[in-house]
Design a protein around this ligand. Structure first.
Ligand code: 1HE
Length: 264
């Protein structure tokens, strides 16, 4: 079957549709999915070409590791303006993930390191297989995060823990990462893709306006001053609840046609 992504992506990034879920696979296992400029451009092309029927995205990776981070061979002999442009390019592409059209689920395994963790942090729901470990080895490489990590990772685990992680070069395992929110789910090795797909399908079944509010309004409300935040929440809530989709769902519940919220 011809895919909307055919011919548009480099060999190191594979894209396919699984019904209404767009799946992106990091496919450079020989280099442990180290992210070079071509892969970053491939991720951008994938998000640029998301078909209208895509209701959620699933990102996962081929090989033993999710990603070894920035391709360090690209860091040799660069001038400062070029280095700034490189980081700003990652920012632009990862913003397509965080503030794009649809929610993104990441399935991680093995090393989730440096820029690989920055990529995962720009996704909305994260599943970790037990083999996962997290690190920010920038400190020991003499560099600094450049893919949005100082904003996104510090927001997830706190500035203090991120600082310590980078200063000492420590790694955290899957259980610890679950505790800090680096993943939302911890599953057995080999089961992450199925779990991620199940979650992506669940997210895709939400009312589109709810997903829009969660992706675009919630993070901004959380970072605004409380007074403006409460106002923005009231507006967003009014927009969502007056949508026909919301009205239909509320009516279904009141008519006892919708599922109850039960302990899982
Ligand atoms: C790479 C990279 C890379 C592997 N850039 N080529 N990231 C790091 O500091 C992590 C560096 N990588 C590692 O620590 C290890 O490769 C792993 C623990 C992830 C995997 O180990 P292993 O034994 O399975 O593989 P390997 O033999 O180390 O690597 C296989 C090949 O991938 C090898 O190339 P080959 O040509 O010799 O086969 C490695 O050189 C290559 N490779 N990782 C380039 N990262 C926007 S700013 C973000 C800043 C950062 O991300 S800093 C973190 C960088």
């Amino acid at each position: 079957m011809v895919s909307v992504f055919d011919g548009a992506l480099p060999p190191s990034v594979f894209g396919e549709m699984k019904d209404e879920i767009a799946v992106l696979r990091l496919s450079r296992p020989d280099k442990r999915n180290a992210l070079d400029d071509t892969m970053i451009a491939g991720i951008e092309a994938f998000f640029d070409r998301l078909p209208a029927e895509a209701k959620a995205v699933l990102i996962h990776a081929q090989g033993e590791h999710f990603s070894a981070g920035l391709d360090l061979s690209e860091l040799t002999i660069r001038q400062t303006p070029e280095a700034i442009a490189h980081s700003r390019n990652w920012h632009r592409v990862f913003k397509l993930i965080e503030f794009g059209q649809v929610p993104v689920v990441a399935v991680m395994h093995g090393a989730v390191v440096g820029g690989g963790l920055e990529l995962a942090a720009s996704c909305h729901v994260r599943v970790a297989e037990r083999s996962v470990y997290y690190a920010l080895p920038e400190g020991s490489r003499g560099i600094f995060v450049g893919g949005g990590g100082s904003v996104r990772i510090s927001r997830i685990i706190g500035t203090s823990r991120m600082m310590e992680m980078m200063m000492t070069g420590r790694t955290y395992d899957a259980e610890q990462g679950l505790g800090f929110g680096l993943s939302h789910y911890l599953v057995e090795d080999g089961t992450g893709f199925d779990k991620g797909l199940e979650l992506a399908r669940r997210v895709a079944a939400n009312a589109p306006m709810t997903n829009f509010a969660l992706m675009h309004a919630l993070p901004r409300i959380a970072e605004s001053d409380p007074d403006a935040g409460f106002m923005m929440e009231a507006l967003m809530s009014a927009v969502a609840s007056t949508e026909p989709e919301a009205q239909a769902r509320l009516e279904a519940f009141l008519a006892k046609r919708a599922p109850k919220v039960l302990r899982s």
